[in-house]
Design a protein around this ligand. Structure first.
Ligand SMILES: Cc1cc2nc3c(=O)[nH]c(=O)nc-3n(C[C@H](O)[C@H](O)[C@H](O)COP(=O)(O)OP(=O)(O)OC[C@H]3O[C@@H](n4cnc5c(N)ncnc54)[C@H](O)[C@@H]3O)c2cc1C
Length: 389
């Protein structure tokens, strides 16, 4: 039997994982990436990426199955064991891996290391990378196949997977619309070098202007995330380093010990959901299908769940581009993605205000939730596994 041919457009974390998964299942895979990377060089480099992701246990297992954990374990992997959320110090909601008998809740890993560790698998699985900078001109579909046309070049496959991120050109070319909005808040990531030993707790403090969060990376580094009004963050971003440091000290009260600012960047935040996940033989995964408020660090975790679901559905079928299978994938993922988006919005809108009754209610909620035993453990298991068991 002829092998199924797949083109993955976008070799970010999600696209690279999708490519390796399908290649391991016997497909012939090509990745089209406008900014190809040198994986070897990245994995050996000491330069720390400001973009970092909290990877849950589900994603860790997927990365392990795809062979990427071997490289990640040899690089800057930072497991965290506790996760704390609070508004007023004292009314803290603390999740601890010990409560559910596990060694850690997840890992904080630089995005470029995750991407590079997956690209390291490409050679072994004969995945070809095409470096194409231009936007796609035309998508041609027949009952049997799909072709991407870039100028004079034509690339045909049984299935095209759009993993080209939140601004997906492929999604637009396929006339798939999105619903969503830009949040008023933006967020600033600040990479710091800490004068402290390895931290095991990640925490987030909710404030009316937006939360602040601490993400421990491999010592001595950590990432601070500051959500606030876009204009305010732009102003902070332009401050001289000593003044920014002073602002951080004033706004990240629980931050202990001295630190040095290494780097910082501001990111806009958008919620976006594709109106459909497929069109003919083209299917969306990761941010191309959904972008979510990064409040609880779930974006790429959802993307990896898309990869697992789509891969598993296609593992046993003859024609991997058939609409019926792509619809089956959408059914298995849309509700779960929507639920997580809605939960993030409930947090965003519920905590971003100073209404006294709401302030009272949410502090009471955090306090009660902290003592909620089985319910708390269920929420924790959902957050780290993505499964509602
Ligand atoms: C501030 C912030 C913090 C976050 N923290 C977390 C976290 O802690 N945990 C978590 O799970 N998620 C987090 N996220 C979300 C996470 O970063 C995204 O969900 C994730 O990067 C999406 O990966 P992706 O591969 O789908 O898309 P992208 O990372 O956008 O990758 C898309 C790839 O496609 C390529 N590309 C684009 N257009 C084309 C084209 N036309 N042709 C060829 N190639 C193309 C790009 O070069 C890129 O390599 C955070 C997001 C933000 C903004």
């Amino acid at each position: 039997m002829q092998k199924n041919k797949v083109i993955v457009v976008g070799g970010g974390m999600v696209g690279a994982a999708m490519a390796v998964k399908l290649a391991k299942q016997g497909c012939v895979v090509r990745v089209i990436e406008q900014r190809p990377i040198n994986a070897e060089q990245i994995l050996q480099s000491d330069t720390i990426d400001i973009r970092v992701s909290a990877i849950n246990r589900f994603s860790e297992n997927l990365l392990d199955d795809l062979g990427a954990m071997t490289h990640l374990k040899q690089s800057r992997l930072a497991p965290y064991q506790q996760l704390e959320a609070f508004e007023r110090v004292g009314d803290n909601l603390l999740f601890d891996c010990k409560d559910i008998n596990t060694t850690h809740l997840g890992h904080l890993i630089e995005n470029k290391l995750i991407q590079a560790s997956l690209w390291q698998q490409f050679k072994q699985h004969d995945i070809e990378v095409l470096d194409i900078k231009s936007a796609i001109c035309v998508i041609e579909q027949t009952a049997q196949d799909i072709t991407l046309i870039y100028g004079e070049e034509r690339y045909s496959a049984d299935l095209v997977i759009a993993a080209d991120g939140g601004q997906s050109q492929l999604r637009a070319k396929a006339n798939i619309g999105v619903t969503g909005w830009q949040y008023q808040q933006h967020c600033m990531g600040v990479l710091i070098k800490l004068d402290a030993a390895q931290q095991i707790k990640t925490w987030q403090q909710f404030k009316p202007s937006g939360p602040v969060a601490f993400l421990p990376m491999q010592a001595p580094y950590a990432n601070l995330i500051w959500y606030d009004d876009a204009a305010k963050l732009q102003r902070l971003n332009k401050l001289p380093t000593d003044q920014l440091k002073q602002q951080i000290i004033e706004n990240f009260a629980p931050l202990a010990g001295d630190f040095e600012i290494v780097n910082q960047a501001v990111f806009p935040l958008a919620r976006q959901h594709a109106n459909q996940y497929s069109s003919g033989r083209l299917v969306l995964v990761g941010d191309a299908a959904h972008t979510i408020n990064p409040l609880a660090g779930q974006g790429v975790n959802l993307g990896f769940q898309d990869v697992a679901a789509l891969g598993d559905i296609l593992a046993t079928v003859d024609d991997i581009g058939a609409a019926i299978h792509l619809k089956h994938y959408e059914q298995s993922r849309r509700k779960a993605n929507l639920l997580m988006m809605s939960m993030m919005d409930a947090c965003y809108f519920g905590f971003s205000n100073q209404l006294t009754p709401l302030q009272w209610a949410r502090n009471r909620f955090l306090k009660l939730a902290n003592n909620a035993g089985p319910v708390k453990n269920w929420v924790l298991k959902y957050a780290i596994s993505g499964e509602m068991k």
